[in-house]
Design a protein around this ligand. Structure first.
Ligand code: CP
Ligand code: NVA
Length: 306
């Protein structure tokens, strides 16, 4: 039976840790240019409705490193641009490919792809969640801090797809998380409630506040993301106003623990949600976080296609 990864809910906390273990192994092997053949003979499609620097290239490279092949299909070059239904696209692509990585505007689209493709579908970002990003991010935190449980992550900014998946990941791993989001930009209520239910078991403390200083105080990790996500370009002016004061900069970093790390999934808009000195500063783990996307992608593919 094909197994998709549409949200972190599709894997158990135990499986999440298995994926971290695989990522560590692949990181060592790929860095040493060892030959890996776990995806030999497999073809993975990348169906992207939105642009991407990291997710596309990390998945393409991961498949190549594991001995498989990829087909990149930007949706604008598919018949979707002329009105072909997702159901028909899914049925067709499913008969050619072994798995599909999809980046979509509306979360329902990845659900529909998974329903009709008959092959595993990996969500490479939807408006609601970005599960593979958070797998790579948690793996990065594990590398730096040697643990997840009991740490406190402060997310500052928009309660978007990244914030929602971070809440899920924090809940699953027992990591505390406080998100500081302005009124009207809080994370999706159902996802937060679901994360709270998971957290009952792991004892992760999850909170939403409105003052970024309250979140940053004594945090182990500060995390931010863009104020205007893909698909929200028309709201740009309104959003820039709403998020004033929600920037990760030297002043806010002073409130966190002395050895706190700073994360951003990228792309970053320097001078808006984060300042350049912080991105390039000694506490930034952003470039390690970006690099780890390939090892996370390799681990997810190996887990899904095992
Ligand atoms: N972080 C991330 O998903 O980046 P891309 O949009 O470049 O894929
Ligand atoms: N929230 C951002 C994440 C980009 C990786 C977006 O959806 O555009």
């Amino acid at each position: 039976m094909s197994r998709s990864l549409l949200t972190l809910n599709d894997i158990s906390p135990k499986e999440l840790h298995q994926i971290f273990k695989k990522a560590k192994t692949f990181k060592a092997k790929i860095k040493e240019h060892k030959v890996i053949n776990t995806l030999q003979g497999r073809v993975v499609g990348l169906f992207f409705e939105k642009p991407s620097t990291r997710t596309r290239v990390s998945f393409e490279t991961a498949v190549a490193r594991l001995g498989g092949k990829t087909v990149y299909l930007p949706s604008g070059e598919s018949q979707q641009s002329r009105g072909e239904s997702i159901k028909d696209i899914a049925q067709t692509l499913g008969s050619y490919l072994d798995a599909l990585v999809a980046r979509v505007y509306i979360h329902k689209t990845v659900e529909e792809l998974a329903r009709y493709a008959g092959i595993p579908v990996i969500n490479g970002l939807s408006d609601l969640t970005h599960p593979t990003q958070i797998i790579c991010d948690l793996f990065t935190i594990l590398e730096i801090k040697q643990k997840l449980k009991g740490l406190t992550l402060a997310y500052i900014g928009d309660g978007n797809n990244i914030c929602c998946s971070l809440f899920m990941g924090a809940a699953m791993t027992g990591m505390n998380m406080t998100a500081a989001c302005p009124e009207g930009y809080h994370p999706n209520k159902d996802i937060f409630r679901n994360a709270e239910q998971i957290a009952e078991k792991t004892k992760a403390k999850l909170k939403i506040v409105e003052n970024p200083k309250d979140a940053a105080k004594d945090a182990d990790i500060l995390y931010t993301d863009v104020w205007v996500s893909m698909g929200q370009e028309k709201e740009r002016e309104k959003r820039l106003k709403a998020f004033e004061g929600y920037q990760i900069n030297a002043d806010i970093l002073k409130l966190a623990k002395k050895k706190a790390s700073v994360m951003h999934c990228l792309p970053a808009y320097k001078g808006l949600e984060i300042t350049e000195d912080i991105i390039e500063g000694p506490q930034s783990i952003i470039w390690q976080q970006a690099e780890n996307k390939i090892y996370g992608a390799a681990a997810v593919l190996d887990f899904i296609l095992q």
